[in-house]
Every structure is written in structure tokens, then in C-alpha cells.
Design a protein around this ligand. Structure first.
Ligand SMILES: Nc1nc2c(ncn2[C@@H]2O[C@H](COP(=O)(O)OP(=O)(O)OP(=O)(O)O)[C@@H](O)[C@H]2O)c(=O)[nH]1
Length: 253
């Protein structure tokens, strides 16, 4: 059974900082946010987790395999190198959205995101090493069918983006509502969903729903493992099987 460890990463008091002493240049904020995301992705990825940029001021990570010490080191390293600090909430649950809700609560209980005195919270529980299993994380890697032929080579870049985002919006809402899954746009035409124990029929239903609702055709490869990196790599291999044999759903286990 899945047991997803989710970490909410929240920049402390970021809103006020962006306008103090007066509004900061937008390009500088964009640069800060993307560099911060890159650094966190490298740190978490080197420990076999995944992190998604989400809203940039709040990022969501799958951190099975990262302990309390890893989380504390991330806070220390970012605090030493950036003009902002991070609060981290961690929780584990068979349902990814429940894990995220609990991780969020542990930060919210310590104070507001815009509270100058609430800084570098590290709260919640990590999975004990002895409780980890090879089924803890289920990752589904979705991809738009022939995005290059349908959109990239046919429409202007913005209209292509609208089509891809429509597919993303419908999928993320469906997977959240029907399954408590967390789905993230990761660039190009790719969406990665962090899922509980789902079956092939669940993925067929999700793909059918998106196609019926917004006319975007998806395929998906799914993997599971003790961490996001291994589960995600299995999902990518499964997606390659879809490409080879034309199937829409492949589970790699
Ligand atoms: N984040 C991420 N992006 C990817 C990955 N593979 C492809 N992309 C992005 O997706 C875009 C489209 O590539 P593909 O999905 O291979 O192309 P396609 O035209 O949809 O073709 P098929 O997937 O074979 O139907 C690329 O330009 C990349 O931006 C991946 O594994 N991860």
C-alpha cells in the first residue's frame, strides 16, 4: 500500500518581502523563485525525491527517504544563501492529499505565511526507515499524445500552451477529486501525478474524462517504488512502452 511522505515548502513572509521597502523588480523575483526551485529540486532530487514548483512561494515535494536532518540541512543551506527562509511541514499517509493537508496544518498551526515572527518552522513526522516499503510511492507520468504534431508544429506557442494547460487543469482537478492525487505540470506536455494505490481502470477513466471534457488526448505510464525517483523512472519506462505499442495506460509492476 502507498505511504507517501509529502513536504510542504513555504517561503516565510514572502509577500511582504516582495514589496519592502517598495515593490521589487519583477524580473528579479522571477529569477529568485526559479533559482530557489532549482536548488531545492537538486537537493531533494539528489536524495531521490521529487519537488514540484506549484506556486513557487509554496512548493510540494515527495520526500520518502529524506529524514528530519535532511530537511533541517535544506533550511540551513537556503537560509545561508538566499534573502528568504523556508518553513517545512512533513506528513505521511496512504493518500497524497491527506499527507499534504497534514503537512500544511503543521505549518499553519505555527502562524501565518505572512507573519514576520514565524520563520524556519520544521514540523511533522517522517517515515521511520524500518517502515518503508517498495510500494510507498506511486507516480503516474502523463503525456499529451503527439503534442508536437497536434499543437507545437501547428499553432503559435501561446495557443499550444492554452491547449496543454486545459488538459492539465482538467486532469489535476479530476485526479484530486476522484482519487486524492496531486498532479503537477512539469514542462512541455508532461504532467506528473502522485497517486494512492490506483488500478489501470482508474487511469483509463481519467484519460477518458479529460478527452471528453477538453478534447486533449493523454497517455500515462505508472511506476511504484520506495521513493519518487525510482517510481518516476519506472513510469517513464512505462510511457515508452505506450509509445511503442500505442497503448494509453501502462503499469510497470
Ligand atoms: N518534464 C519532462 N518533459 C518532457 C519529458 N519528455 C518530453 N518532455 C517534454 O515534452 C515535449 C514533447 O515531447 P514528447 O512528449 O516526446 O512529444 P510528442 O509530440 O507528444 O510525442 P509522443 O509523446 O510520442 O506522443 C518536449 O519538448 C519536452 O518539453 C519528460 O520526461 N519530462
Amino acid at each position: 500500500m502507498t505511504n507517501t511522505q509529502v513536504t510542504l515548502v513555504q517561503i516565510d513572509n514572502y509577500g511582504p518581502w516582495t514589496v519592502t521597502p517598495e515593490p521589487r523588480r519583477e524580473a528579479d523575483l522571477q529569477t529568485l523563485q526559479s533559482r530557489l526551485y532549482a536548488d531545492i529540486s537538486q537537493f531533494v532530487g539528489a536524495r531521490d525525491g521529487y519537488v514540484f514548483f506549484t506556486r513557487f512561494d509554496n512548493m510540494i515535494a515527495v520526500t520518502n527517504g529524506l529524514g528530519v536532518d535532511d530537511h533541517a540541512l535544506l533550511q540551513e543551506s537556503i537560509g545561508n544563501r538566499y534573502p528568504v527562509t523556508l518553513s517545512l511541514g512533513v506528513a505521511t499517509d496512504p493518500s497524497p492529499v491527506t499527507a499534504l493537508s497534514n503537512a500544511t496544518a503543521s505549518i499553519q498551526e505555527a502562524g501565518s505565511a505572512q507573519d514576520n515572527d514565524r520563520r524556519e518552522i520544521l514540523d511533522g513526522d517522517v517515515l521511520a526507515e524500518g517502515d518503508r516499503t517498495d510500494d510507498d510511492v506511486q507516480i503516474a507520468h502523463f503525456d499529451v499524445n503527439d503534442a508536437t504534431g497536434e499543437y507545437t508544429d501547428e499553432l503559435n506557442a501561446f495557443d499550444s500552451f492554452i491547449e496543454i494547460e486545459q488538459g492539465y487543469a482538467e486532469l489535476m482537478r479530476y485526479m484530486r477529486t476522484a482519487h486524492g492525487s496531486l498532479s503537477f505540470f512539469v514542462g512541455g506536455d508532461n504532467i506528473i501525478a502522485v497517486c494512492p494505490d490506483l488500478e489501470a481502470t482508474d487511469y483509463h477513466d481519467a484519460i477518458a474524462h479529460v478527452e471528453e471534457t477538453v478534447d486533449v488526448a493523454l497517455k500515462v505510464g505508472v511506476g511504484r517504488a520506495r521513493n519518487a525517483q525510482v517510481a518516476g523512472m519506472a513510469a517513464k519506462h512505462a510511457l515508452e512502452v505506450c509509445r511503442e505499442d500505442g497503448s494509453r495506460v501502462e503499469l510497470e509492476w
